[in-house]
Design a protein around this ligand. Structure first.
Ligand code: ARG
Length: 633
């Protein structure tokens, strides 16, 4: 009992006070003597000693000397020893007399003892008896050897007696309950964070106790994954059902984050379980039905390495977090802006997952960078030979292509990393497509001299099948595509022009921009330009244009016809136009800050002539053919 109080002291007051109490208990001893000892005791006495030792101790009293006047039943003079008002002994007489308690010490039941020394004066003779002397000391109570008849043993497992107290302790694998008495199986709240280790059912290889509810958590660094390896001797009580054993009363549940938990039971070892996770939880459950012989496992870990993430063409990878390329590492893909970008909703964050793959939202396919079209890094500040045009500053018309077909100059435009769009009349000769070997392709510069240093070559040429223009009077479907041998990497000087949006409109009066290396003068001085030129021209109403051709036919005997696959651009007073050598080049319009290829330079009655307009292939009518040709080749 004393220990329990001490524990409470310990908890609520201080260690030192607890020890003071404990120490004082150890030295408690003392002497009791009759008054005037060793001289004869006086008459008419009633003296009482209350002896007390701390709880958890008993008092051992030894009467070392006794000399009390003897009387029948010691009813005259006596020494009485009492505990709790119960008389343990009443003594008188001399040493070795019948009434002498002898050398046998008296042991108190509790931790107190009362001595009463009583004398009377019934005798007149001179009192010669000298009384008694006794010594006492505190002796430890062995609580462990006592049984509390009401509530069973003091300790459910091990009782340790201590001076003045006792305490309970438990066998290995058990822990003491808060009641300081009961031992409980300690099979949970243990986190295994080492890279490998061993786990087994409580008491293994002995059968598992009933009513277990054990929890084990293996938690290692996120870059590692845990593999469980169960030993062959595996037995968890199961109930045979039609679909195989059912884990009814006993089971071992393996839980991996974000996955269905699996319940294990039966007599067959699960062997290896690769969890692909750095955290695994095991719950072992038994009840009092059936018997499980238990299980044992060894777990190991291995580091996940996803390797280098797949490179991104025209983009790059930024490492964001985690250990390089290991489990849970995160990278971010990016495109080389402003020339490339992801399509909307593209996953750009990839995580190295436990199966060794880079993933983003369940896909392991890296994103692709798509070229940005129609957004030059430099804009022509003021829109205004080409005829009547201006020199284009570098990087303002980066889709412009100069073609040299069998020595003839023509225009074109970049529409994809391997595709150039131009006019059919540029790529045909005598009604047949030209040889791809005869085509030289130049781009990225505005000066012919530097441009001509680096020709690109065609992998194939694709003239629209509807183009049939034997005597230059039918420019319908004047459109063609060239596939390049190598894809182009875009930058500020080479960039594709956007194709028209589905259902794009050509509004009369809308200002467009036409560009090329063609003739700058259609008069006597027919000069080819060495610098890229551009001119700003409005879209012309279809009827106005048809009328202008009808009028022109009066002076020119023959002129081609305007079809719905063409539109016109220009000014009635003339002086601004595309011309020979510009064919195949771009007429662009701008929407939402993006330029798109509205037309391809096609034909005209002379160049820049008053009352006539330049005629352009209406690109929006050929979207299907363009897309199909690019897909199929
Ligand atoms: N077909 C001419 C060429 O091969 C282009 C004519 C453009 N004419 C015009 N007046 N806009 O270069």
């Amino acid at each position: 009992m004393g220990w329990t109080y001490c524990v409470i002291w310990f908890l609520f007051w201080s260690v030192s006070e607890c020890w003071q109490l404990f120490n004082s208990q150890r030295v408690i001893r003392g002497e009791v003597q009759s008054p005037q000892y060793p001289r004869p005791y006086p008459p008419n006495l009633l003296k009482q000693w209350d002896l007390w030792v701390p709880g958890g101790y008993q008092i051992q009293l030894s009467v070392t000397h006794l000399d009390i006047k003897a009387s029948w039943g010691c009813h005259q003079d006596s020494l009485s020893v009492l505990h709790d008002q119960k008389v343990l002994g009443k003594f008188c007489g001399q040493e070795n007399s019948n009434d002498h308690p002898g050398k046998e010490p008296i042991l108190s039941q509790g931790n107190s003892l009362t001595l009463i020394f009583q004398t009377n004066n019934s005798t007149a003779e001179l009192q010669q008896h000298i009384g008694f002397a006794a010594i006492y000391k505190a002796v430890d109570v062995d609580e462990c050897s006592k049984q509390d008849p009401g509530s069973g043993p003091l300790c459910s497992q091990i009782c340790v007696n201590m001076p003045g107290s006792y305490h309970c302790s438990c066998h290995y694998g058990y822990k003491l309950h808060l009641d300081q008495h009961t031992c409980l199986l300690s099979c949970d709240s243990c986190i295994f964070d080492k890279h490998e280790g061993r786990l087994s059912s409580p008491g293994y290889p002995d059968p598992s106790p009933p009513f277990l509810s054990c929890k084990y958590i293996i938690s290692v660094e996120p870059r590692l994954t845990v593999t469980l390896n169960f030993t062959d001797s595996f037995h968890i009580e199961s109930v045979d059902a039609q679909q195989g054993p059912r884990c009814l009363h006993h089971w071992l549940q393996v839980t991996i984050p974000d996955r269905e938990p699996m319940k294990l039971c039966g007599g067959k070892s699960p062997g290896l379980i690769a969890t692909n996770s750095s955290i695994v939880r095991l719950d072992y459950h038994t009840n009092n039905e059936g018997l499980s012989h238990g299980w044992s496992l060894h777990y190991s870990t291995k580091a996940i390495d996803c390797g280098e993430p797949k490179p991104l063409l025209n983009g790059g990878i930024t490492f964001l977090s985690g250990l390089q390329n290991q489990n849970r590492s995160v990278v971010q893909y990016h495109c080389n802006e402003p020339f490339y970008s992801f399509s909307q909703g593209t996953n750009v964050y990839f995580t190295c997952e436990a199966d060794g793959k880079w993933r983003s939202n369940h896909t392991d396919v890296p994103p692709t960078c798509i070229p940005v079209c129609g957004k030059p890094t430099k804009l022509i500040s003021a829109y205004q030979r080409i005829i009547g045009g201006r020199e284009a500053p570098d990087d303002t018309i980066p889709w412009q292509v100069l073609l040299s077909v069998d020595g003839q100059r023509a225009g074109g435009m970049v529409i994809a990393d391997r595709w150039i769009m131009t006019a059919a009349n540029v790529l045909t000769y005598n009604g047949n497509p030209v040889l791809k070997e005869d085509v030289r392709i130049y781009m990225g510069q505005t000066d012919i001299k530097t441009l001509q240093n680096s020709p690109l070559f065609a992998a194939s040429v694709h003239v629209h099948p509807g183009y049939n223009n034997p005597d230059f009077l039918d420019f319908d479907s004047n459109i063609a595509l060239i596939k390049l041998q190598e894809p182009i990497t875009f930058n500020s000087s080479i960039m594709p022009i956007c194709l028209p949006a589905e259902g794009a409109t050509y509004v009369t009066g809308m200002m467009g921009l036409v560009s090329g290396f063609g003739l700058t003068d259609f008069g006597r001085r027919r000069l080819l330009t060495n610098k890229l030129k551009y001119v700003q021209l409005p879209v012309v109403d279809q009827e106005t244009c048809t009328d202008s051709i009808t009028v022109a036919r009066r002076t020119k005997d023959r002129a081609p016809s305007l079809t719905n696959n063409m539109f016109c651009a220009g000014v009635p007073e003339g002086g601004k136009d595309s011309c020979r050598g510009d064919s195949g080049g771009p007429f662009i319009l701008r929407d939402d800050g993006r330029f798109w290829a509205a037309g391809i330079v096609s034909w005209g009655i002379d160049c820049g002539r008053q009352g006539t307009y330049g005629v352009y292939t209406k690109v929006s009518n050929y979207l299907d053919w363009i897309n199909q040709t690019m897909q199929e080749n």
